[in-house]
Design a protein around this ligand. Sequence first.
Ligand code: PLP
Length: 376
Amino acid sequence: MTNLPLVDLMGQYKKIEQEIDHAVLDVIKSGAYINGPEVKAFAEDLQNYLDVKHVIPCANGTDALQIAMMALGLKPGDEVITPSFTYIATAEVIALLGLKAVFVDVNIDTYNIDPSEVRKAITDKTKAIVPVHLYGQCAEMEELLAISKEFNIPLVEDTAQAIGSDYTFSNGKVQKAGTIGAVGTTSFFPSKNLGCFGDGGAMFTNDDELASKLRMIANHGQSKRYYHDLIGCNSRLDSIQAAILRIKLRHLDAYSEARRKAAHHYSSEFQKIEGILPPYEASYSSHGYHQYTMRLHGIDRTALQDYLTEHGIPSNIYYPVPVHKQKGFEGKFEQVGTLPNTMQLTEEVLSLPMHTEMDDKTLNYITNSIKEFVEA
Ligand SMILES: *Cc1c(COP(=O)(O)O)cnc(C)c1O
């Protein structure tokens, strides 16, 4: 078998090629490249899909987090509670704005921020909590929302890996990831579950006042041209990306279903292999499987990766170094305890190819190769 991809964006494109090509050409011929009608239409489509009052597009998922924290009025020295077991962007914008990241541990099964650790981290200076819905599964939003209300601290949901995932509250109410806290942020980076053909991002909120602030900050702090009431930045989704996203949004549920099907294929095989712990599925969240990330117990991860590489199977470690161990963060954060689960996961996790175009033949090849390695 030739080298497999970790993510197959070309295979996905081929199935909607004509639709995408037409939409892109239409934008080119319209001449409205920035803030054209496609951007507004996409924001409305996504509002309807997420059942949220406001979607504010921006340039990428990192900007979305930064703008969200700016709009919440966070000031240098304010503390922001977030996991260390995440992509760097979540913590990076906290440091960039002069805020203090307070890292707390994650749950070993779900890989997501542990609400009881969040409680321990709260001080008078805590001004935001940023859960990350890692790998496509929602953090425990019911508990986090209760903490948010009790202490009057807003939640910013980093939804870059979980767009479209459903959270079910204990009373049966279902809400989309990113629409539960004060603000949700996401990324449309090509390999994300809803990806464009370049960079893109968005923020979601049900709060009218916050929405207008987010919109202003993303647009140089202005609501009226050349009148700058706030310090903002320049963060735009361009019209071509919006046109592509409008088409791909219609397929998002089918894409998520395809990812889940592939994940369940993996998991049913791995359940039979000693030393492999398939990802845990929480009862309160659907799983969008942005990544298929398993844990290894007593299996040499590096040797397995080498073996897979030899067999044309890529794999990756998300993330090999937690944020609190990154050089650039030295002295720039606080942490609650030693973050044992974070450290353990860093040693144990391995992510396998996961995308919308996985077929049974490929999945069997991958699971059989892993079986061969483990049983050898
Ligand atoms: C991808 C990602 C981001 C950043 O998105 P960009 O569009 O690359 O800036 C932020 N947080 C998480 C968890 C991500 O996976």
